[in-house]
Design a protein around this ligand. Structure first.
Ligand SMILES: Cc1ncc(C[n+]2csc(CCOP(=O)(O)OP(=O)(O)O)c2C)c(N)n1
Ligand code: SF4
Length: 254
């Protein structure tokens, strides 16, 4: 049967997303997040002028999946590399794509200072509450009581402290223009995430400043869950600690 116009739009394959097999596990949130970034780049018509900075973590191979210019940064250093690229080539649209181990563990210093400087870059932060790539160790975002390979009895506040909330932390900084968190666990979340990522890129094109989007993302392998259980975990547990919402939007504050 001939597809309707809406169906054609939904099923259209983003030009920027390479047609290749990915290494991500079944049910992993990275694939959905990649597609959201690619649709955004295509819709804004910035494929030839965008530079992405890849993280270290499961998304280290993002440059194999997104058909744009990309650079690889050392673990956690993507905001510093993005700063350099953007300052050297201000006409380029520059974004980082980072996991929670990358962004709020080894790279905490980098993200805080890039945000505080108000760099006109876009950050897509994938919070899956664990170190996925290296075998499911505790991340700063691991929930209290959550079992990981380094907290086999569950994260214990007395030993490991509390989960770090990146949006709450960064939104206190004057340099941040826009900061939003979305749960990537159902269709409504995917639609909201697309809107937020597009806004974060558009802000940069409009020279508004530092824009940050956090996506709560499933890691079924690291969490030892099925893909469906992992989506439920986001819905039932993660959002309690990391509530979705807009933490800062200077457009609205005006
Ligand atoms: C300097 C340095 N330290 C440690 C590592 C090992 N390492 C690779 S990925 C990673 C954690 C990645 O976790 P996250 O950023 O949450 O991404 P995910 O794999 O969950 O998507 C670590 C510690 C490294 N590659 N480089
Ligand atoms: S380990 Fe987790 S984050 Fe990494 S590819 Fe698998 S599901 Fe995705």
């Amino acid at each position: 049967m001939e597809k309707t116009l809406d169906e054609k739009k939904i099923f259209a394959y983003p030009e920027s997303l390479k047609k290749t097999v990915s290494h991500y596990c079944p049910g992993c949130g990275h694939g959905v997040a990649h597609r959201i970034v690619c649709e955004t780049i295509d819709e804004l018509g910035i494929r030839e002028t965008t530079v992405g900075i890849a993280p270290v973590g499961c998304a280290v191979l993002i440059y194999d999946y997104i058909d744009i210019d990309m650079l690889e940064a050392a673990h956690g250093r993507a905001p510093a590399v993005a700063t350099g690229v953007k300052r050297a080539q201000p006409d380029k649209t520059v974004f980082t794509y980072q996991g929670d181990g990358d962004l709020v563990a080894i790279g905490t210093n980098e993200i805080v200072h890039a945000a505080n400087r108000g760099e006109n870059i876009t950050v897509v932060f994938i919070n899956n509450a664990i170190y996925g790539m290296t075998g499911g160790q505790m991340a700063p975002t691991t929930l209290v009581g959550q079992k990981t390979t380094t907290t086999p009895f569950g994260r214990n506040i007395a030993n490991e402290g509390y989960p770090i909330r990146a949006c709450e932390l960064l939104s206190t900084l004057e340099g941040v223009y826009y900061c939003e968190r979305i749960a990537l666990n159902n269709v409504a979340g995917v639609v909201k995430a697309k809107k937020a990522v597009k806004k974060a890129f558009q802000n940069q094109l409009d020279k508004k400043g530092f824009s940050f989007v956090e996506l709560l993302s499933a890691c079924p392998t690291g969490w030892s869950m099925s893909p469906v259980e992992a989506l439920d975990f986001i819905n039932n547990e993660m959002v309690k600690v990391f509530p979705p919402g807009v933490f800062k939007d200077k457009d609205v504050a005006k």
